[in-house]
Design a protein around this ligand. Sequence first.
Ligand code: FES
Length: 186
Amino acid sequence: MPEDNLNEEIEGEEESKFSRRIFLKFFMGVSAVLTVVPFVPMIQYFFTKETPGSTSQKLVNINDIPPGTTHVFFYPGAEDKHRSFLIHLTEEEVAMAEAQGKAEYITDGFVAYNTICSHLQCPTELPEHESVVCPCHGAVFSKFDGSVVSGPPPRALPIVTLELDQSSGDIFATGMIGNIGIGRET
Ligand code: FES
């Protein structure tokens, strides 16, 4: 009889240890989820890849953007992070870009890129001379292809690929190279 009682006590202890372990695991699981949830939007911002490959969007007509001017547009969506520049380069600028080996993304004298800095995601200022400057930590990007000239950004600005309809003169955005806020490899 005493032996039966002892066995029951041992079983009781085992059961309570078991339920304590389950409770602890459950508690830790819930804590982990609650810790991560507030960071989900940030994680999505940094790691969600834009896939606008098939999105064609009319930007402007060639007659409305004379050489030496910049048109601000939003692509592939309308959020702040989609702010982009379409730049109509002058002939001298195109020649300069070619001489510097930075003409790869120029289409019929136009180049376009997203304006969110690949360092800590500040919006860059409008282009001036040969540069686009990020006001947050002083990064300088090339106006000709969005590549990093100086400062902390690890990557060039994402390029918006362009197509010019020769008959109508309409300029279209057709896709992106690189990811917004992260930049592109080249
Ligand atoms: S966010 Fe642009 S240089 Fe830091």
